[in-house]
Each structure stands twice: as C-alpha cells, then as structure tokens.
Design a protein around this ligand. Sequence first.
Ligand code: 2P0
Length: 328
Amino acid sequence: MLKGKARAHTNIALIKYWGKEDEQLIIPNNSSLSLTLDAFYTETEIYFDEALTADIFYLDGQLQDEKATQKVSRFIDLFRQQANCSLFAKIQSTNHVPTAAGLASSASGLAALAAACNQALQLNLSKQDLSRFARKGSGSACRSIYGGFVEWQKGTDDQSSYAISVDSQHFEDDLAMIFIVLNDQQKEISSREGMKRTVETSSFYPTWLTEAQKDLVAIKEAIHQKDFIRLGEITEANGLKMHATTLAAVPPFTYWSDQSLKAMQVIRKIRKDGRPCYFTMDAGPNVKVLCQKEQVSQIKERLAEHFAPEQLIVAYAGKGIELIEMDV
Ligand code: 2P0
C-alpha cells in the first residue's frame, strides 16, 4: 500500500483570477495574486491499495457519490499517469472551517490532494510542478501550494502556468482578513460557470484584462514598499472591477446580495472614521475585510454593531502545503 497525507490552507485573491484561456488545462486569461490564510484548511489522506476495485472518496467522513468521486478520480489520474501506477485509491478529506458557513474551498482541497498524491506515489515533484498539477484540479488551488503572498503567473501553456511565492519581507505578518459570512444568496452560479459566461459575453471583459494586468504591477509595488493603504486600495478596486464584468454579461448576474452591499457600506464608513480597511469578494455573497493586524479588534468591534458574532471570522496569513506523518 502507498499512502500520503497533507494539509493545505485556502487563499483569497487580492488580484482576482477571472476567465480561462484554456478550460481543459485551466490556463487563465490573467495573472492573479493572493494571500494564503490560516483559518481554513483541508487535510487529505490517500491510500493506493491493490485490494481496491474502485476509487472511494470520503469528505468530512461522508462517502461521496459517483459524480464527486469521478471528479477526484480524474484529478488523481494525472498523478497515476506520472507515476505509471494503476492502483485504485481511498481518499479521506476533511475541511477545517470554523463554522458550517459554506466556506469550504476547492483551493485548499485540491492543493492538499495534490500534495498527498505526490507523497504517496513518491513523485518528488517540485513546488512549481505541484502548483501546475493543482491548477489542473482547480485554478485557485495552484496558489495554495505556498504561504503568504502568492502570484499565479498565467503563462501560455501547461508548462508555464503556475504560482510562485512573492517576496514580501514578511509584510503578510502585519495583516489580517476578517470574513463576514453572509449566506443569503438565492441562487448559486459556480465560479466556473460565472467566468465562462463573462468571458463569452461581457463587453467589459477586455477592459478587465488590461486593468488586472495594471493592478498586478501596482500591488506588487505596494507589497514591496509594505504600503498597506495602497495594498488595500488596489485590492478593493480590483475586486469591484471583476464583479462589474458580471453585470455586463448576457444574461447579467451578480454574486452580491443586499447584505453584501450593506457590508461594503459599513466598511467604507469604518474607513472614513479613520480605521483603514478594505473589502474584497469572490464568487459568492461573503465579504472579506483586509486590515492590519493591530486594528483587528477595533474593526471587528465596529463590524459587530451590524453582524452577529458567529458571522465574523478572523484569519491571518497562513502557511503553504505541509506533509503530515501517518501512524498506520
Ligand atoms: C480567485 N475565484 O482568484 C477567483 C476570484 C473566484 C473569484 O478562483 O474553474 O474554483 O476550478 O479554476 O479556482 C474560484 O475559482 O475555479 C476563483 P476553477 P476556481 O480566487
């Protein structure tokens, strides 16, 4: 039996990945930049075993159906091919999320699975190759290989599209992200479906691509200078531009709910009152607030005037993938 176990943390993009050049290989149309966080992570163990006659996949202790298992099987096939291995596998994956708030992430899940496969099949893949493999499971997963600030360089093909660690002189250690959990959205459009529709139909999409490129250059400069205000301004503006593309899609859609808009207003007000904080959103209604570590308790106190304590989750910069020793 071959076995491996790994942990990966989720990441939140400050410069968003939005749209694919190649849907099969998951080559993005724009480079992105994220912060890996400590509060949400996935631990995955995998056993390749001669005794198995099919792959079996448990998520949070629950045996998964054929559709979910097939998705995981196809991803593991990439590693089986590389290792010339034909064994079936048992996969046990656990998402560690502070509340049952729908924050489980494909980024940490696919990154942990990639690292577990790498260990079990003794492939000795470099971080760069592991990032390439994780990318083919879910784009944002390629960034969860590393801790702190991470840039996914879009590249042009399978070999050249991967994430790298951004040298920040530990700037990330000064930062925090407060999650405002809002589960009031009516209908989910997956990010995969949302970005596809935007690429194909949104008249704003070409502008998004030129703006994302400029924002990436500017945010790397802000990180280099450890300029929090600039970092926050670019983050907030870039997220808004991504979300603007969905309004010009055909048919139009938005991930924002009335509660998301309320959260944005509250954050602007806190900022106006002299506490620097900036929001960003992904393919759902939750709002994430980027702030400095030293300001977390005051900002959280202000947010608590509008949101219940269980809706507010504080995260700090997190680590990249870690291998975990197995007892058996
Ligand atoms: C991001 N998102 O950069 C962007 C911003 C959502 C909004 O990456 O299709 O699950 O598996 O590559 O990585 C979420 O999309 O999509 C995402 P696929 P993924 O974080």
